[in-house]
Design a protein around this ligand. Structure first.
Ligand code: FES
Ligand SMILES: [Fe+2]
Length: 403
């Protein structure tokens, strides 16, 4: 353990650090290990709970090699099960979403029937046989947690840590955003030819911003300096009180939100002055979700690995329902902006993946500004049971980003 990597009065690394082994980004066996040790134990974001509306509504989700069936029961509660029939293991719900109109789930193979609570109710044409107890063949449950309208699943079931404990402060900065009342107004989805960790590493640094994000840099001046926050500069103390956005972060003069012209179309209720002035605040739920919060809207970005070198990226823009219904509301002005940035980042992620297999490239090196990448990679090491370099600081990612 080496806390001195980060103990310096500014955010950056005090010495160069090795990045993760190159093979961790493409080796199938290592990928299987990450699915089991990281994705199989974490609270993984599925969808907004409102996307399953009314009794019997269901959706099927896939991650870490598993299919998860989530349904809303007659009382309105969400239930999660592995999407597997207990007879001989057929998939139960073959459509990605739908409604279980009869209030039961019938296996399409031999018609075993389950209640919305997962109990086995009937065994189709099969006759009773010695040694078979219906009560022992209910659906296998998956743990669910709902946080402010966001629904998560944990494959560890009873062994899963409490969601709040797992999120550990990473969502505190967005506490004032009225997330429950927001509704989805736009979605984006694409597959990226990269390992899922590449996505987070890109998210966690702005060294690429001046080169790849000219529009974003115009809106957030400090990004033109290839840093994310005031304290990323080792000499920050000399200008500690200077509110210039180039030094302090935040939006350019006159900027109000992340949109094509930087103008907002109102403000979400409940935000403080600092919330509105921040320009953006992130909430992160590793390894599958970040929530970008702005003055007038929220964007939830979800990622799911599809294999060692492939991932699915999806984003949902969440709006206040009244703002969304306004006739003069210009949604595209908002959604075009982050779509542009995500396309730029997606191309960078694929480019990064492409170069990783060079003979002789065993791992890279993290420089001063890549402290968030370092903390992410150390978190990965820890989650895999490997020795961490700066264990005690891993929990401070959120506070560093907020500064
Ligand atoms: S596998 Fe489902 S009823 Fe046979
Ligand atoms: Fe980026």
């Amino acid at each position: 353990m080496n806390d001195e990597v980060l103990e310096s009065g500014f955010n950056g690394l005090t010495s160069a650090q090795p990045s993760l082994p190159a093979a961790w980004y493409y080796d199938p066996d290592h990928h299987t290990r990450e699915m089991r040790e990281i994705w199989g134990k974490a609270w993984v974001y599925l969808a907004r709970a409102a996307s399953m509306d009314g009794p019997g509504a269901f959706r099927v989700f896939q991650f870490a090699g598993q299919e998860i069936l989530v349904l809303r029961d007659r009382e309105g509660a969400l239930k999660g099960f592995f999407n597997t029939c207990r007879h001989r293991g057929s998939a139960l719900c073959v459509d990605a979403e739908g409604r279980l109109d009869k209030g039961r789930i019938t296996c399409p193979y031999h018609q075993w029937t389950y209640g919305l609570d997962g109990r086995l109710l009937a065994t189709g044409a099969m006759r009773p046989v010695a040694g078979f107890e219906r009560t022992e063949h209910g659906l296998l449950p998956v743990a669910l947690a709902e946080w402010r309208g966001f629904l998560f699943a944990n494959l560890a079931g009873p062994q899963a840590p409490a969601f709040d404990q797992a999120a550990a402060g990473e969502l505190d900065g967005i506490a004032n955003w009225p997330l429950e009342r927001l509704v989805a107004g736009h979605t984006y989805r694409r597959e990226l030819a990269c390992n899922w960790k590449i996505f987070w590493e890109n998210f966690n640094e702005c060294l690429h911003c001046p080169n790849l994000h000219p529009e974003l840099c115009e809106l957030v001046p400090i990004f033109t300096r290839a840093i994310m926050a005031r304290r990323d500069d080792p000499g920050w103390a000399a200008e500690a009180g200077n509110p210039d956005p180039m030094l302090a972060g935040g939006l350019r003069d006159g900027g109000e939100t992340w949109s094509m012209d930087g103008r907002a179309q109102g403000a979400l209720p409940g935000l403080s002055e600092p919330d509105q002035a921040a320009g953006h605040r992130y909430g992160v739920v590793m390894p599958s979700l970040f929530i970008a919060c702005h003055r007038d809207y929220v964007r939830a970005v979800r990622l799911v690995p599809l294999g060692p070198e492939r991932m699915e990226l999806s984003a949902e823009w969440l709006f206040d329902p009244e703002m969304l219904a306004r006739p003069d509301f210009d949604k595209a002005k908002i959604t075009d902006f982050a779509t542009l940035v995500m396309e730029q980042d997606g191309a960078a992620c694929e480019m990064n993946q492409r170069g990783l297999k060079a003979q002789g490239y065993e791992h890279g090196v993290l420089m001063q500004e890549e402290y968030e990448v370092f903390l992410f990679q150390d978190w990965v090491r820890g989650a895999l049971g490997e020795t961490m370099i700066a264990h005690s600081k891993a929990a401070s990612r959120a506070s560093r980003r907020a500064e």
